[in-house]
Design a protein around this ligand. Sequence first.
Ligand SMILES: C[S@@+](CC[C@H](N)C(=O)[O-])C[C@H]1O[C@@H](n2cnc3c(N)ncnc32)[C@H](O)[C@@H]1O
Length: 326
Amino acid sequence: MRILKATYGSSDHALDVTERLQGLVKNGHLFLTVSNSLFSDPCPGRFKTLRFAFDLPGGNQFYFHEVEEHRIVLAPTVGTKLAPESSAAARYLDLLKQCLTRMIFHDLDPSVDPAQREEGHDWPKEGETMVGLRRLDNVQQCIEDILRSKVPGDLLEAGVWRGGTTILMRAALEAYGDRGRRVWVADSFEGVPKPNAALYPMDQHDALWTFQELAIPLEQVARNFARYGLLDDRVRFLKGWFKDTLPHAPIAQLAVLRLDGDLYESTMDVLRPLYPKLSAGGYAIIDDYKLIPQVRQAVDEYRGEQGITEPLQDVDWNAVYWQRAR
Ligand SMILES: C[S@@+](CC[C@H](N)C(=O)[O-])C[C@H]1O[C@@H](n2cnc3c(N)ncnc32)[C@H](O)[C@@H]1O
């Protein structure tokens, strides 16, 4: 076995570890326990991925969190020996992300620029999500971590548009055999609210409420779930303005809370009722934190008010997340 290329790190900061990994191949076998002691840590505290290609047929990639160790054994006689279910799950979720973003047939559709779509820079004509691959990877990694660490609670996105990110959430539960958690799909299904300038002056010039393309009816989002065979009673729709639906939503506990509501109001109206329900070890993910100043202001104010000091981690050029410590 020969290691052709290996990298270790996060999406925006990875080390080339080809030589290090090749040095671990003994008699054509690679026995590997992945942990931070194996390579130097390129980005402490963040999710890291070891990706490598080798000269057996095929290739593979492994996701892990730095506090955990996963034993991987590759041997030429048996090909890739990864727990079959995790390999199939990872492949299913990769394929799904390609479908949700419509990256999959980009060579057949000149309107798709894969580089833009990967980073979630454009609003897809047909895809079920606009957040791009990097942010979908982050959602998947957070879910994988809460499942591994058995952090209790459901998954929720507030601001779902065509539903793609929540479809990935439901798929990840299915892929990893979770039998109880629910996915909450919260949206007006009528687009972004008109700014309430009296209460939230920072939103007053926002024009997103005029964008009809952000108003996706619930029935269409439900059809999108059904298209992937993922519409069932563990998918719960919360229809209405966040300020009306979320304070009384029958949610006991959350393990992943993702915000994508674009306004100060739409961010505060989610954090206030729902952050207290986020379990220790769970993840808060904030889309547009780096793009929309009102979103950033709401998050910074809320964190300040509540004394939240867990560091913000970058997802990509746009989003951030943090893991709740207590
Ligand atoms: C940018 S889109 C979300 C994109 C989505 N996360 C994805 O994966 O493509 C913003 C969504 O937030 C919803 N929204 C914004 N503010 C809201 C509010 N206060 N109450 C309910 N829905 C809201 C809009 O209807 C819209 O669907």
